[in-house]
Write a protein that binds this ligand. Structure first.
Ligand code: FES
Length: 168
């Protein structure tokens, strides 16, 4: 992570006054508690929705702890995200049945349709694409889950229609 406080993106919460005020409030309220780094990061994730590299750098500076320590906590726990998530989440099951059932090809096609990579969010902020483990619906492989809705036996020609749900 190369982010420092000298190259903060314009739309980063640290650079947006209302969000910066929220971050400062979270820091002020929690930084003297036991396990403060974890508490502060948790509150940031809950209230801002993610903990960007610039936010991590700011927390480290304000709490006088090494950036590596903050970064270590954020990377260790999977509930922390470092960028905003899309309005929708599209999960591609990569369990064995779905993999064998053609998921790699579906993923390639979905990346083209959404113009987005796995692990990323579309430029319009509508959808985050992810792979996941078996969701327990192997008899319907290959399976795609959009938000909480499961789509089974997905065929490549049906994919654009299904993905529409994650585009609005
Ligand atoms: S492998 Fe995809 S649902 Fe089980």
């Amino acid at each position: 992570m190369a982010q420092t406080l000298h190259d903060i993106p314009k739309n980063d919460p640290v650079a947006v006054p209302e969000q910066k005020a929220k971050i400062d409030r979270i820091l002020a309220e929690n930084k003297n508690l036991p396990g403060a780094v974890m508490v502060v990061l948790n509150e940031l994730q809950a209230q801002i929705g993610f903990v960007s590299p610039a936010m991590q750098a700011y927390v480290a500076q304000q709490m006088h702890v090494p950036l590596q320590q903050v970064h270590g906590v954020v990377s260790f726990y999977s509930f922390f995200t470092t960028m905003p998530r899309g309005k929708h989440t599209v999960k591609f099951c990569m369990g064995t049945a779905c993999y064998v059932g053609g998921m790699p090809q579906l993923i390639e096609k979905a990346k083209q349709v959404m113009n987005c990579d796995i692990g990323k969010t579309t430029a319009d902020g509508m959808a985050t694409l992810e792979v996941c483990r078996c969701v327990g619906a192997c008899s319907q492989a290959p399976v795609i889950v959009i938000d909480e809705e499961l789509h089974g036996r997905v065929r490549p020609n049906k994919l654009p229609q299904i993905l529409k749900k994650a585009q609005q």
